[in-house]
Design a protein around this ligand. Structure first.
Ligand SMILES: [Mg+2]
Length: 184
């Protein structure tokens, strides 16, 4: 344990650890991007997977998000190793439906992005598309009680970010066109 007097937060280290641990736990930015695509493709016909991944990266660059990812993955891993105290160990191991703290931790991600993020989070949590299906498969070894909600929340937040940005772009274009017509 480091000496409190010498402790300094290293933001780059936290960001890097977040990406590393997501990868080690079997989740790529592309897989989260595919969830974003699923959530937004009906609203923006020209949306590309690259754009979705860029928005996932932007969400992952936020400290609140990194903190939630690292905390959730750590709890999943401790449960895999049987290191948590009872009865919490069993609840997280079995992904107990009435536990709920996994969703609450994930909400700390969605909260940064407003109500569209919240709606989308509810949707992916219910239908568990793509990588979320894989994370929810119980094989008696891996625990993803926290990670599935966190991944859903990152996707929902990126979807919300896209919705807000596209609207802002649309308004900027309309405004520019309006000024153009007035000038003519
Ligand atoms: Mg869960």
């Amino acid at each position: 344990m480091s000496n409190p007097a010498n402790y300094r937060l290293n933001s780059k280290e936290v960001a890097q650890a977040t990406m590393d641990w997501l990868g080690k736990r079997g989740v790529s930015k592309e897989q989260i991007g595919q969830l974003v695509m699923l959530l937004q493709k009906d609203y923006f016909k020209d949306l590309t997977l690259d754009e979705c991944v860029t928005n996932v990266e932007a969400v992952l660059s936020k400290r609140e998000v990194q903190n939630a990812v690292l905390t959730g993955i750590q709890l999943d891993m401790l449960a895999e190793q049987g290191q948590l105290l009872p009865p919490l160990q069993n609840m997280i191991w079995h992904d107990e439906g009435l536990y709920g703290c996994d969703e609450v931790l994930a909400l700390s991600i969605v909260n940064v992005y407003g109500s569209i993020g919240l709606t989308n989070f509810g949707y992916v949590d219910k239908f568990k598309p793509g990588v979320l299906k894989k994370l929810n498969e119980k094989n008696g070894k891996d625990v993803h009680t926290f990670l599935d909600d966190i991944v859903g929340a990152i996707a929902a937040s990126a979807a919300s970010r896209i919705a807000h940005r596209k609207q802002a772009e649309r308004e900027a274009v309309e405004e520019a066109l309006g000024e153009h017509t007035q000038a003519e």
